[in-house]
Design a protein. Structure first.
Length: 203
């Protein structure tokens, strides 16, 4: 195991306790597997602590270890966009309790980090469809994800799509209401209360 893999393992175990993750150990395993630095662009990075959002910290270098804490990382400081707080999303994913082979619709993919985590959780026989309203972020997410994961990802540059366009993207809205379908969405804000989640357990 290399140093970064050990660092991701520590980060994931810290999230297990900090969140805490109670229902689904696959959440912890996903955070340990997916390299966060792949989705955040070249360093140095601007980091924000959840309890000191008014005092961003600029990392002194581009060493990935700065990213393996429960912190927000700016992806577009001018628009006050960040990568999302890992413990917040770990909590949401634990609540969804996703299983291998399930389908997930993610609304608000950002640069793709949490899309990759969802893909890790549902595995190669599941399906993740990620929707991003911002075209620039959608392009970044597609580039960041590349061929790293076996799940099919589809990025739409607008949420205002017709049902025929959604079908062309290999997802029907009704599928998410069927057993084994889940929806994970966020408004384009960082506040904790702006998340909407709906989960349906398989029969």
């Amino acid at each position: 195991m290399d140093d970064l893999a050990r660092l991701r393992g520590w980060y994931a175990e810290d999230l297990r306790l900090r969140t805490p993750v109670r229902r689904n150990p696959a959440v912890v395993e996903a955070f340990a597997a997916v390299p966060r630095e792949r989705f955040l662009g070249p360093g140095p990075w601007r980091i924000l602590s959840d309890n000191r959002l008014d005092q961003p910290f600029e990392t002194p270098d581009d060493a990935p270890h700065w990213l393996y804490h429960d912190v927000l990382v700016a992806i577009d400081p001018a628009r006050r966009l960040n990568n999302g707080l890992p413990s917040f999303w770990a909590h949401n994913f634990d609540y969804l309790d996703l299983r291998r082979g399930e389908r997930v619709l993610q609304v608000g993919a950002g640069t793709g980090y949490y899309s990759a985590l969802l893909a890790e959780m549902v595995g190669p026989h599941g399906r993740v469809t990620a929707v991003e309203y911002d075209a620039a972020l959608a392009v970044q997410a597609r580039e960041n994800l590349g061929n790293l994961f076996l799940i099919h990802f589809c990025f739409l540059s607008s949420l205002r799509r017709s049902s025929s366009q959604l079908r062309a993207a290999s997802i029907r809205p009704s599928e998410m209401n069927a057993p084994g379908g889940s929806i994970a969405s966020r408004k384009p804000m960082s506040a904790r209360n702006n998340c909407r989640l709906r989960a349906h357990s398989p029969n």
